[in-house]
Ligand binder design. Sequence first.
Ligand code: HEC
Length: 94
Amino acid sequence: MNSSAAFGKAAALFAVLAMIGPAATIAQIPAETEAYQRGCGGCHTRERSVLRAIPTGSEADRRNWIERFMSTHPCEHDNLKPQIVEYLLTKTRR
Ligand code: HEC
């Protein structure tokens, strides 16, 4: 096998990996920011008003409030709820 054939194979392999890459990323559990975007961002384009609605208080207080609120509020991906709670807690840490 000459070197240009080897290069061709490597290039083909890279092309295949490039196609697999994005699909593998989607299958992974998304980062917390993405969890919020997917679960809430469709309706809430302005994140600030969501964050403002969360009362100040200890981490435990805010967690309670967020979990109680979300239990009666729509979420586009219920399986992302735990990550969304973490995201909102991080964003409201003052
Ligand atoms: C199907 C659309 C929809 C989805 C999905 C959605 N919301 Fe809402 N949310 C609304 C609407 C509409 C209001 C305004 C309701 C009102 O003012 O009475 C609202 C209000 C709120 C409020 C009160 C503050 C405000 O802006 O009035 C908070 C906090 C909130 N949403 C958080 C969330 C979170 C967190 C998620 C994701 C888990 C989420 N929402 C997903 C539609 C949605």
